[in-house]
Design a protein around this ligand. Structure first.
Ligand code: 2RA
Length: 342
């Protein structure tokens, strides 16, 4: 069976990755509609030997659409209900509905069973959350996680194409001894901007009164929902780093019971979508430069944390645009097709 698919946000980084993955994975689409804001409407996109013209999204754009892939952003609030009203299933990469009790928040390898409760919208988690829970899930199932302390090293791709270009331009300016301009990071909508080239910015998204950023609270709240366990203590520090497209995360875990490093490595290696890359003697460990464009989440530097009774450290790296966004959303759609849920 083939499905009529719409991509909202087709011209952005995640939208473009949707197209790349649809072709790579031979996703069974009958009709494909590329939607975007008025600003991008009219753009022509060559895809699988055909020329598609990007249309401005309006409610009726979703007539006869079976699966609507939303790349992210504020448009989801307007169009998700309109698409559902017209019979589409919406897989939304924006943060709009993630914490809505009527909306499943899904990583297909972690909590696929929750998809069945959907009422038209399924939310794709935040990229840094997806990458972390892929490594937490097998450990949590075996030894019950008590506490997680995570520090992230997030690629500029998370802030969109303009941020990717900004990193490139800043490096070029520095190389040419020209003045550096910063207009995008940490967030285009904020009043101050800082250079990211050869720098780190400990702010992703806006600050809350608690002193945490929205990105850090997303990792806490979304992980609780995905693992269906609010008892896990979680604290996060999310940092933007001058890396193009893979997020890296230093994850410290305290367990309720003992788990050997050998067993931890075996659990992770067996988990679908995770690759253990961990051999210090051979200097083998995941690095963002080599994880980009890979589907899997890579885990290394797995070692005991003897400062607590049952503790361990690991280093987790995943492609933010792929598993962190577009691939995860497409895998949700594939799961729904395979299980007759759409
Ligand atoms: C970021 N996780 O990295 C956020 C959104 N992709 O900017």
């Amino acid at each position: 069976k083939k499905y009529n698919v719409a991509i909202l946000g087709a011209t952005g980084v995640v939208g473009q990755e949707f197209l790349k993955l649809i072709e790579e994975r031979n996703f069974p689409y009958a009709e494909l509609k590329l939607l975007a804001s008025e600003r991008s409407a009219g753009k022509k996109i060559e895809f699988m030997g055909k020329t598609f013209v990007v249309e401005e999204a309006v409610p009726d754009s979703f007539n006869d659409v079976h699966i609507a892939l939303f790349a992210g952003g504020s448009a989801s609030k307007t169009f998700a209900p309109e698409a559902v009203k017209r019979g589409a299933v919406v897989i939304d990469n924006s943060s709009t509905f993630r914490m809505d009790p009527n909306v499943p928040l899904i990583v297909p390898e972690v909590n696929p069973e929750a998809i069945r409760n959907h009422q038209g919208i399924i939310a794709n988690p935040n990229c840094s959350t997806i990458i972390m829970v892929m490594a937490l899930k097998p450990i949590h199932d075996r030894a019950k996680i008590k506490r997680v302390v995570v520090s992230t090293y997030q690629a500029v791709s998370g802030a969109g194409k303009e941020a990717i270009d900004e990193l490139t331009n800043q490096v070029k300016s520095i190389g040419a001894n020209r003045p550096v301009t910063a207009k995008i990071l940490p967030s285009a909508s904020l009043e101050k901007h800082y250079q990211i080239a050869f720098n780190l910015i400990p702010q992703i998204d806006k600050f809350l009164d608690s002193g945490y950023t929205k990105e850090e609270i997303k990792m806490v709240d979304e992980t609780h929902k995905i693992l269906n366990d609010d008892s896990i203590g979680i604290t996060a520090t999310t940092v933007r780093v001058p890396v193009y497209r893979s997020h890296s995360e230093s994850v410290n875990i305290e367990l309720e019971k003992d788990l050997s490093i050998e067993e931890t490595k075996a659990l992770l290696a067996e988990f679908p979508g995770v690759v253990v890359q961990d051999d210090p003697v051979q200097m083998e460990y995941p690095m963002p430069l080599f994880v980009s464009d890979r589907d899997e989440v890579f885990v290394g530097r797995i070692r005991k944390d003897s400062s607590v009774k049952y503790g361990l450290n690991m280093w987790v790296v995943g492609d933010q645009i792929r598993k962190g966004a577009a691939l995860n959303a497409l895998q949700i759609a594939e799961y729904m097709i395979d299980n007759n849920l759409v």
